[in-house]
Design a protein. Structure first.
Length: 93
């Protein structure tokens, strides 16, 4: 197994520590930037919801974007990582 590095990521208002391959860090941070920008966009459009609702909206948006492209943006590894993140979010709520 490749050497994994620990990184701290922020989704919404929570920080998570994950391990990833060094070469994937830039892609992960780019994806997180998109996710957090979309959370802000949904918070502006739909006031009064809680953070978990916004995160769910972003995940639906992201998955829909991947399906529309026809060339999956979301690989099995990303789906697995998103499921792990969702599980951690569920554990915190």
């Amino acid at each position: 197994m490749a050497d994994l590095i620990p990184i701290n990521i922020v989704i919404g208002d929570r920080t998570y520590r994950i391990k990833t391959n060094a070469q994937d860090e830039e892609a992960i941070r780019g994806t997180l930037k998109i996710i957090n920008e979309k959370i802000i966009e949904f918070k502006t459009a739909f006031s009064g919801k809680d953070m978990q609702d916004y995160i769910a909206m972003v995940l639906i948006w992201y998955a829909t974007q991947a399906a529309e492209v026809g060339n999956p943006i979301v690989s099995k590894d990303i789906i697995s990582a998103l499921l792990k993140i969702e599980q951690k979010i569920d554990e915190q709520t």
